[in-house]
Design a protein around this ligand. Sequence first.
Ligand code: ATP
Ligand code: MG
Length: 233
Amino acid sequence: MSTPIISVRDVHKSYGRGQNRFDALRGVSFDISEGESIAIVGKSGSGKSTLMHILALLDVPGSGTVALEGNDTAQLRGSRLNRTRNKTFGFVFQQFFLTGSNTVLENVVLPMKIAGIGGAERRRRGMAALEQLELADKAKNKAANLSGGQKQRTVIARALVNNPRIIFADEPTGNLDTATGAVVEDILFGLNREHGITLIVVTHDEDLAARCDRRILIRDGRIVEDSRAEVAA
Ligand SMILES: Nc1ncnc2c1ncn2[C@@H]1O[C@H](COP(=O)(O)OP(=O)(O)OP(=O)(O)O)[C@@H](O)[C@H]1O
Ligand SMILES: [Mg+2]
């Protein structure tokens, strides 16, 4: 078997100190293979977002390790960490707000700007991503004026422009109506199936979870179930 794209070993994470200490993750271990789609499910407060932030190298574990293709990520710091994150990951997080006063295109090209890609190339790839998400006609609009579903599609466009190997999505359909949520879901699974992008999604939506290859259930900071969908022959 090939090296997992992400390996998590005995990860613990606590918030606060002394009497206020809360153990949000209590020994989490699992491997993610490239190209998998994984749903992380569990009750509110169970530790899903905490785990997602650690997987995405946006936060560090209190103890334990996270390896990216076999390399311990604790060694990554500063600009190397930022470059790795920016190059390898795409983020579809509701708290990763768009800058409302900037245009849709400006928001979408930001990761390429961070990566040091030139203006013309940024524009070309940004417009291509917006076309893919049927938002090309909104490129020059202020992001603040988009509908909720359009904002979420803009976030996906931004997650795509650097050709990420992994997309992290935290409740990608949480604030959307059923029809718009279905569109966003189809886009994410299309990227997974057609481009082999690993998809890691935190969700309360059991139907969305059921579409993933694998479902990891978190309870009180521990994995209590890790099940794979039956593969149709
Ligand atoms: N910065 C923080 N300081 C203190 N406690 C925190 C902090 N962030 C998270 N927690 C606590 O850690 C636990 C896990 O939080 P987390 O955000 O991972 O939950 P979640 O499973 O994503 O929940 P939800 O489904 O509501 O988004 C919660 O009890 C939360 O209150
Ligand atoms: Mg959460």
